[in-house]
Design a protein around this ligand. Structure first.
Ligand code: PEP
Ligand code: MN
Length: 356
């Protein structure tokens, strides 16, 4: 870990005023769409223009990217605007093609990071390519070791201009996010590998336009050094991720708001706010779990009525209370709090079951 941390070359990000901004459409669709979006992005705010050429879609028979021709359009953006350009690569062939079209930044998608074989293939293809910036998105599931393992595979092949992208994690639970952010995991990542630049991708966390500003502010509180935000010249008609893309002009407004926040910021307030964000996220998770629990109580009530079983089963309740108190105490929670919470939960559950 120490070796990886020390090998990191941060020059690509340190030379810019933060945050480092990567923006552009989810997918390249046509030369016109690419050039128009790039021209409308303000180069004094944006450092890298992104577009997906090969798209890892969840379902087959959907748009899976324009392929190689999109690299020509990206190359044109680079020549016309002076912006660096970025695309997602997922195998050795993609790496070879992206290098031949002088793509500056290559990112590895969340599905690829989850596969050590894929990462190894990409790392092997990158051997000796020490000028490219390689950004590794978090794996789909919150496995910090797998994420770090991907960085180690790349670093072992001499890749030094590394960064990571926090794009949130798949969750089976109901959630207001498309991919659940995990700020606590990010704090752990930072303490293990303090030199690796962290970029936040609010677009894939939110899955909608409305939440992007909020996640952008949170990313700032957690000291992310950059942002990757999807923008499109005509977001409502985008061929992929239409719900979450914003116009280049909306992006500019958002970045201006962020600059205002930064101007009136104090370090102590920033630290306080980041703890509050962690607490708020946990409270949301607790409430989501409570709703799930109440839903099961409702089903249980129906079953008990149907099977002619009494709603209140004292021995089951005593067992549950004892088990929960013991477990909670092993995690350092006071017995008084556990008892109070579980008595209230049980009372509510009985009420719900009796409603049937
Ligand atoms: C993307 O950036 O367009 C993308 C497919 O991202 P992810 O790998 O985070 O799903
Ligand atoms: Mn996308």
């Amino acid at each position: 870990m120490e070796k990886l941390n020390n090998s990191i070359d941060r020059s690509w990000i340190d030379k810019w005023n933060q945050p480092f901004i990567i923006s552009g459409p989810c997918s390249a669709e046509s030369e016109l769409q690419i050039l128009e979006t790039a021209n409308r992005l303000n180069p004094s705010h944006v450092q890298v223009f992104r577009a997906g050429i090969w798209k890892p879609r969840t379902k087959p028979n959907t748009f899976e990217g324009v392929g190689q021709i999109g690299l020509e359009w990206l190359h044109k953006v680079k020549k016309n605007t002076g912006l660096m350009v970025a695309t997602e690569i997922a195998n050795a062939e993609h790496v070879k093609l992206a290098i031949s079209f002088e793509i500056d930044v290559l990112w590895i998608g969340a599905r690829s990071t989850a596969s050590p074989f894929t990462i190894q293939e990409i790392a092997d293809a990158l051997e000796g390519e020490n000028n490219k910036i390689i950004l590794v998105k978090n794996p789909i599931h919150p496995d910090i070791e797998l994420w770090i393992g991907a960085l180690e595979r790349l670093s072992d092949k001499g890749v030094r201009k590394l960064g990571v992208i926090h794009r949130g994690f798949y969750t089976y639970k109901n959630s207001k996010y498309r991919n659940q952010p995990n700020w606590n995991l990010l704090l752990n990542f930072r303490s293990l590998l303090p030199r690796i630049p962290i970029i936040c991708d609010p677009s894939h966390i939110c899955g909608n336009k409305e939440g992007i500003l909020d996640i952008t502010k949170k990313a700032y509180h957690f000291q992310c050094e950059g942002l990757m935000i999807e923008s499109h010249c005509d977001p409502d008609h985008a061929w992929s991720d239409a719900q979450q893309q914003i116009t280049p002009e909306n992006l500019l407004e958002m970045l201006e708001e962020l600059t205002c926040i930064k101007k009136c910021d104090q370090k102590s307030k920033r630290d306080l706010d980041s703890f509050r964000i962690l607490i708020d996220e946990l409270d949301e998770n607790i409430i989501t779990l409570l709703a799930e629990r109440m839903n099961i109580s409702k089903k249980l009530g129906v079953l008990k009525k149907y099977s002619d079983i009494a709603i209140l089963q004292p021995s089951r309740w005593e067992d549950l209370l004892k088990k929960s108190i013991n477990f909670g105490k092993s995690l350092g929670i006071s017995e008084e709090l556990l008892e109070g919470i579980f008595k209230m939960l049980h009372k509510e559950s009985i009420k719900i079951q009796n409603k049937n």
